[in-house]
Design a protein around this ligand. Structure first.
Ligand code: GDP
Length: 308
């Protein structure tokens, strides 16, 4: 079994590539839930849903949400003068309704996630990082924002002065997560946000130590190419977490304790000596995944970088 730690839009590309490379039944994903939010009483888990929809083959071409969804409900909310800034599609809402109904019955998130996966025909094992609510809170000069307020409502334009993870101390890895980390043949850290996706997963008490114990078999993929995130505001989150540099080398510094091998884009080859000076093996690849063939190609290269 191959284990992948993943966020949403970036991470799910690697999840898809690995699923194509090794087969879904051989893949387990531990997914960030620090971006989760409640809208109109519905629990929305964006990263879990992106990974699940990708594995089910029903994700929309834009990379999130259900394919060819309509937004009639959201339009109706806007008509009534209610908040409509978070893109909840009509078919997507069924997922959030199902999750919320099951949560109201006292069912833990990891069980609900497995149920959703089964109904959508996903054969991979998708685990939320924890069942307890953990929420990334983003402080900007304009005030503290929830993750989705920062990213979607305010368009990630604001500078970040600090980030905290509400609820992290009370979080516990879901049943099976530590066992999967210990048993995995290899562990892949997807090219997700190092702070608010992978950083959150590793901050769940017990997970960082369990991954560090497997360091030799852990390979991380850089989300930073040419000193910039491939997409999204990872540079702002890095700055908000106190890192002045945005580079593949900075990624390796953040991951050096948990990964023995680091895959960076071939265009960043000049960074190899700085990365290897950290005691991390650096491997070059074309780290861009513009389409599904590129995902499986990179997934194979990433696995072969750790001898599989
Ligand atoms: P979120 O949870 O939706 O914010 O998404 P993730 O945390 O999973 O991923 C965001 C990161 O994915 C960003 O830092 C991007 O730079 C990175 N990313 C997106 N597409 C690619 C790609 O094709 N290759 C690589 N190497 N990184 C990517």
């Amino acid at each position: 079994m191959i284990l992948v730690l993943s966020g949403g839009t970036g991470g799910s590309k690697m999840v898809d590539g690995l699923a194509q490379a090794v087969g879904q039944s051989e893949l387990t994903a531990i997914v960030n839930t620090g971006d989760d939010a409640d809208f109109y009483g519905l629990r929305v888990c964006p990263d879990l849903d992106i990974c699940t929809y990708v594995l089910a083959g029903v994700v929309d071409a834009r990379g999130w949400g259900y394919a060819d969804d309509t937004f009639r409900c959201l339009e109706g909310l806007a008509t009534y003068g209610l908040d409509a800034w978070f893109g909840l599609g009509d078919r997507d809402i069924a997922t959030h309704l199902y999750r919320t109904v099951r949560m109201g019955q006292g069912t833990p998130l990891h069980v609900i996630t497995a149920e959703l996966c089964e109904r959508l025909g996903v054969e991979a094992t998708v685990l939320p990082m924890c069942d307890e609510p953990v929420r990334s809170r983003i402080t900007t000069p304009g005030g503290e924002r929830t993750f989705q307020e920062y990213l979607v409502k305010h368009g990630a334009k604001e500078e970040i002065t600090s980030i905290r993870m509400e609820g992290i101390d009370d979080a516990r890895p879901v049943p099976g997560a530590l066992e999967a980390i210990a048993a995995a043949e290899r562990i892949v850290i997807a090219p997700s946000s190092p702070i608010v996706s992978i950083g959150t997963i590793l901050a769940v008490p017990g997970i960082r130590a369990a991954v560090a114990a497997r360091r030799r078999d852990v390979v991380a993929v850089s989300p930073i190419i040419g000193g910039r995130p491939v997409e999204g505001p990872a540079h702002r989150f890095l700055a908000g977490a106190g890192y002045t540099e945005c580079s593949a080398t900075q990624m390796s510094r953040i991951y050096a304790e948990v990964c023995g091998t680091f895959v960076l884009d071939a265009s960043d080859a000049a960074e190899i000596p700085a990365i290897e000076a950290l005691g991390v093996r650096a491997v070059l690849a074309d780290a861009l995944m513009p389409d599904r063939p590129a995902r499986v190609r990179l997934a194979r290269e990433v696995l072969s970088a750790v001898g599989r």
